[in-house]
Each structure stands twice: as structure tokens, then as C-alpha cells.
Design a binder for this molecule. Structure first.
Ligand code: AMP
Ligand code: ZN
Length: 147
């Protein structure tokens, strides 16, 4: 099982704003190719993250800039730029992400009170990392509609 499919790169942005543990505030970095994908780096263990759950094809870890008491990201180990690409991958990969997100919610104690799964996709949705990821948000009342 490859930690992350590197090489042929789908569409990626030339810059991204990331948060690095130990650094105050966001850091602007240039992305040349998927080798520089932040979440590929986390999947490969090259960039630290607080992992809470893993499965053969997915990793769940704490969001570094949490927007709720529970804020965990679930990513595929292989690179897909967004939800559409993830869905097209087939072979149950999106199902596995959804199942892991539900498990994270359960293990975090928010399954009973409720939680939200979010795939920000594209500029208007505020997607900042071009490696598909599900946000698992819970532990407080979440506004609807979102901002
Ligand atoms: P999005 O804006 O939907 O693309 O979500 C990207 C998420 O990645 C944001 O919620 C960031 O706080 C989070 N993030 C950025 N850098 C890191 C990092 N090094 N470790 C964990 N989460 C991060
Ligand atoms: Zn990636």
C-alpha cells in the first residue's frame, strides 16, 4: 500500500497557507508539485500531526487550528485534490473516509450530540489544502447556514 501516490500531479495551487506546530500564525509556502503537498507529507510521516485513527487507506488527525472542541481531519493516504477526485477513485475509498469520520465522531464522544462532516471544495468554499480531507466538527452547536 503506497503511503502516498507521488509523481503525476492533478491541479494544485501555486501557494498555500499552512500552520506549522511551534510557529506563531500561518506560513505561506509555495507548492511546486504533489511532493510539496502538506497532507501527503503528513501521510508519509514527514510532517508531524496528532493522529487519532488510522486505517489501511486513511489517516485521521487533529486540525492544527481547531474551529470546534472536536476538529479532526480524515484524509486518504494517496493524493486526491478534492472530493470529486476521491469519489472517482472508487474501490470504496470514499466509503472508508466516511466510515472513519463516523468512527472519529464516536470515539470523540460527539456521536450522540451531533457533528458535521465538511469537504470544503474550491475557492468559494475556502479549500486551502488541495489534498481531499473530511473535517469532523463537533462538541458545540454548529451554525446553519455556514458562513
Ligand atoms: P480546508 O481549508 O478545508 O482546505 O482545510 C484545511 C485544514 O487544514 C484547515 O482547517 C487547517 O487548519 C488545517 N491544517 C493546516 N496545516 C495543518 C497541519 N500542519 N496539521 C494539521 N492541520 C493543518
Ligand atoms: Zn497530497
Amino acid at each position: 500500500m503506497p503511503a502516498c501516490t507521488r509523481g503525476v500531479v492533478p491541479r494544485v495551487r501555486s501557494t498555500a497557507t499552512i500552520y506549522v506546530r511551534g510557529r506563531a500564525g500561518p506560513v505561506q509556502v509555495k507548492i511546486d508539485c504533489v511532493t510539496d503537498c502538506l497532507f501527503c507529507g503528513i501521510a508519509a510521516g514527514q510532517i508531524p500531526a496528532i493522529r487519532v485513527l488510522e486505517s489501511p487507506r486513511t489517516i485521521a488527525f487533529h486540525d492544527i487550528n481547531p474551529q470546534a472542541p472536536v476538529h479532526v481531519l480524515v484524509i486518504p493516504r494517496e493524493h486526491h485534490p478534492d472530493l470529486a477526485s476521491l469519489a472517482q477513485a472508487g474501490a470504496g475509498l470514499l466509503d472508508e473516509i466516511a466510515a472513519q469520520a463516523a468512527l472519529v465522531a464516536s470515539q470523540s464522544g460527539v456521536a450522540e450530540t451531533g457533528y458535521r462532516i465538511v469537504f470544503n471544495t474550491g475557492q468559494h468554499a475556502g479549500q486551502t489544502v488541495q489534498h481531499a480531507h473530511a473535517h469532523v466538527l463537533g462538541g458545540r452547536s454548529l451554525n446553519w447556514p455556514p458562513g
